[in-house]
Ligand binder design. Structure first.
Ligand code: SF4
Ligand code: SF4
Length: 337
């Protein structure tokens, strides 16, 4: 017997969590895009999306975040820090690749400096993941050694039932168990079978690609130019990626007062490495694409023993010129052979 959450109990669950002071966020489709947004009624969820267009990242690492206010006086400088807003929340209906993306970034945000903006939100959030029963041509979690029902980063894993009437519940962490205690009497013991998980074929030989990237002479290979000629440097792939985490810190104000903010940045932008002298060490789009690939699959694993990619496929799915990580790694894995 397995514990089941039937879909017709979802509104009751939302009410229980709300009464306990916990807000709920989930996959929502709006007129021109989809992402993870606040939900008050079960009908607002869209569980049919293969993957929301916008990743879960922005709920932990907002596109723009105030860090401190400053005021410069004649003899003194006053500063006051902004804290991340506190709120207990459940993100219900997370895709496994998005939950894995957060787990991949945890060591980065706690490496040389503990980023409390990130970790406070991580501590206050319960991730309820739904295993994927369908995938599209861009999904590639299996190429990154994950699965459509990966537990990485999740607090609760839900497996959709064969008849689509609800989900089998697997509690993975204490945080998840606490959140589901609140709705324990709404769950039912049942023998309903789970639907099979999506079939996601491996799209490239990751080990071969990683081996090629590690060879120092390949840094200057003509491959980089050929593979990235069509990139227009729009930055969509980095902004939509659940694991891309580059940011810039800027003061918005004047000489006397203002706000210091942390804003998303992208290695695809020419200004990312532009020096004030005008010199740019990554002056071409191909150098910038090489950096993106090297960072994700060579430098990041070198430091954290993790690839900085969960295989969500957004970078290829939403690239305006039909490029992306998949194509590059497919070509790279052939090069070693
Ligand atoms: S690869 Fe595509 S999405 Fe990424 S910067 Fe280039 S054009 Fe934009
Ligand atoms: S690099 Fe592409 S496939 Fe990998 S996590 Fe980022 S958006 Fe998804």
């Amino acid at each position: 017997m397995t514990r089941i959450l039937f879909a017709d109990k979802l509104d009751n669950c939302l009410e229980r969590w709300r009464s306990a002071g916990i807000s709920v966020i989930g996959p929502v489709k709006k007129s021109n895009s989809s992402g993870y947004s606040a939900v008050t009624k079960a009908a607002e969820f869209d569980f049919n999306l293969v993957l929301p267009e916008r990743s879960i990242k922005e709920l932990f690492f907002p596109q723009s975040e105030p860090l401190m206010r400053y005021e410069i006086k004649k003899q003194e400088i006053n500063t006051s820090e902004f804290k991340a807003p506190t709120s207990e929340r459940i993100i219900f209906g997370v895709r496994p690749c998005d939950a894995a993306g957060l787990a991949i970034d945890d060591p980065l945000f706690g490496w040389d400096y503990q980023d409390e903006y990130w970790f406070q939100r991580r501590r206050e959030t319960v991730l309820v993941t739904i295993a994927c029963t369908k995938a599209d041509d861009f999904c590639m979690c299996t190429s990154l050694k994950l699965t459509p029902d990966s537990e990485k980063g999740s607090d609760i894993l839900l497996r959709p039932l064969e008849n689509n009437s609800g989900w089998q519940v697997e509690e993975l962490t204490d945080r998840g168990r606490e959140a589901f205690k609140i709705i324990a009497d709404l769950l039912q013991e049942s023998q309903e079978k789970a639907a099979p998980t999506a079939v996601v074929e491996e799209k490239f030989d990751l080990e071969a690609a990683l081996a090629w990237l590690k060879e120092p002479e390949n840094f200057e290979s003509h491959f980089w130019k050929e593979i990235s000629m069509r990139c227009i440097g729009c930055g969509s792939c980095t902004f939509l990626c659940p694991t891309c985490h580059c940011f810039d810190i800027q003061d918005e104000g004047d000489t006397y007062s203002g706000i210091r903010r942390k804003n998303w940045d992208s290695c695809s932008f020419a200004l990312f490495t532009m020096h004030t002298s005008g010199h740019n060490p990554r002056s071409t789009q191909s150098a910038r694409w090489r950096q993106r690939i090297m960072h994700k699959f060579n430098y990041f694993p070198g430091k954290f023993n993790l690839n900085s990619c969960s295989g969500c496929g957004r970078c290829s799915r939403q690239c305006p010129v039909d490029m992306g990580i998949t194509e590059t790694l497919q070509e790279l894995s052939k090069l070693l052979r």
